[in-house]
Design a protein around this ligand. Structure first.
Ligand SMILES: Nc1ncnc2c1ncn2[C@@H]1O[C@H](COP(=O)(O)OP(=O)(O)OP(=O)(O)O)[C@@H](O)[C@H]1O
Length: 332
């Protein structure tokens, strides 16, 4: 297995893919350094799975696309070698529910041409690692969603891939299983594996990813670390709640630029999270002789980024009327 060249595990230029009239990927550039976690974030239908399918050789890009190199191998000229370097799990699970966990693992070992004894050893080691030893003799159809995902990843690891694609690895999992999966990803990376994951969960990208790219309308609309992305949007504000309409109105007059919700008696004042800005807001309230019942400081999070860049909430319809301006260029 060739190591990725120049410390880059995945490099794709101008990825394009259309289905009929529908342009799914409209010139997407991706660069993922080896041994890092890269998260591709986007609303439903943004093209995340299509990108994974192309990068993992399951689907061919359109002829106008540029070069794609995965694990040091050009997909156009050496797809077999690329395939040997990668593992894919996710929405298209390889788990066969009719056979046991062990049998699924041994099938994988056969596919990778491991000698019988080595296959058995590898299967047992990975089942143990993913806490599946007890369930190993049961048909996989009896496993919980989290166990199936773990088995799927264990099966992928039989081939010792250096680059792993995880397509929405935690969709549908309960919080406990989601955290287990995050731990698995961290361990993979600690072993030097590169992880390319797609997700609709901003928290997941924030937790795991070294770099995040936001895919919307077939293009990468922003890319950077979670911190860099958060700096792109002015999501910070101070939220004030009042107990009576008079206090609410006095405060609304005193605080220019505050967005109000008269029914909830709340005001949202733009703020950058600094002490100075907070003092300014409080001074104005003092000067107006009004006191808020509750005050919370909100710093921008990836939700704000997502709203601003895609015009919709994660897991919501991709088109919403409150779309904000998109930045002209992605961070690099
Ligand atoms: N084989 C195909 N034939 C026709 N259209 C397709 C095909 N595969 C995907 N599409 C379309 O391409 C668009 C992007 O799909 P894709 O599955 O890549 O999105 P996604 O970002 O992974 O979405 P989700 O989060 O819902 O999985 C969708 O509108 C989908 O209907």
């Amino acid at each position: 297995m060739n190591p990725p060249t120049n410390g880059i595990a995945i490099a794709a230029r101008e990825l394009r893919k259309s289905y009929g009239d529908q342009t799914v990927l409209d010139g997407v550039d991706l660069t993922v350094p080896s041994g890092t976690v890269f998260a591709l974030l986007g609303p439903n239908g943004a093209g995340k799975t299509t990108a994974v399918k192309i990068l993992s050789t399951l689907v061919a890009p359109d002829p106008g696309s540029g070069q794609v190199v995965v694990g040091g191998h050009d997909l156009a000229t050496d797809p077999q070698a690329a395939r040997a370097a990668i593992g894919v799990t996710g929405q298209f699970s390889a788990v066969d529910g009719l056979i046991t966990g062990t049998e699924n693992m041994l099938l994988m070992a056969d596919l990778h041409h491991l000698p019988k004894a080595e296959g058995r050893r590898t299967a047992a080691r990975l089942l143990e690692r993913f806490d599946l030893t007890e369930a190993a003799g049961r048909p996989a159809s009896t496993y919980s969603g989290g166990m199936k995902r773990r088995l799927d990843i264990a099966m992928t690891l039989v081939g010792s891939p250096r680059v792993i694609f995880l397509d929405e690895p935690t969709t549908g999992l309960d919080p406990r299983s989601r955290h287990d999966m995050w731990q698995i990803v961290r361990e993979l990376v600690a072993d030097g594996v590169t992880v390319f994951l797609t997700t609709q969960y901003l928290e997941e990208a924030d937790e795991l990813a070294d770099r995040i790219a936001v895919l919307n309308g077939g293009r990468i609309v922003a890319e950077g670390t979670a911190e860099e992305l958060k700096r792109l949007v002015p999501g910070g504000h101070v939220r004030l709640r009042f107990t009576d309409p008079v206090g609410y109105r006095v405060a609304a007059d005193a605080l220019d630029g505050a967005a109000g919700d008269e029914e909830a008696l709340t005001l949202q004042v733009p703020a950058d999270g600094s002490q100075r800005r907070l003092r300014e807001v409080l001074d104005r309230l003092d000067a107006a002789g009004v006191e808020a019942h509750e005050l919370t400081v909100h710093t921008p999070d990836l939700d704000d980024v997502f709203f601003a860049l895609t015009g919709g909430a994660p897991q919501a319809a991709p088109t919403r009327s409150n779309a904000a301006t998109q930045p002209e260029e992605a961070l690099t």
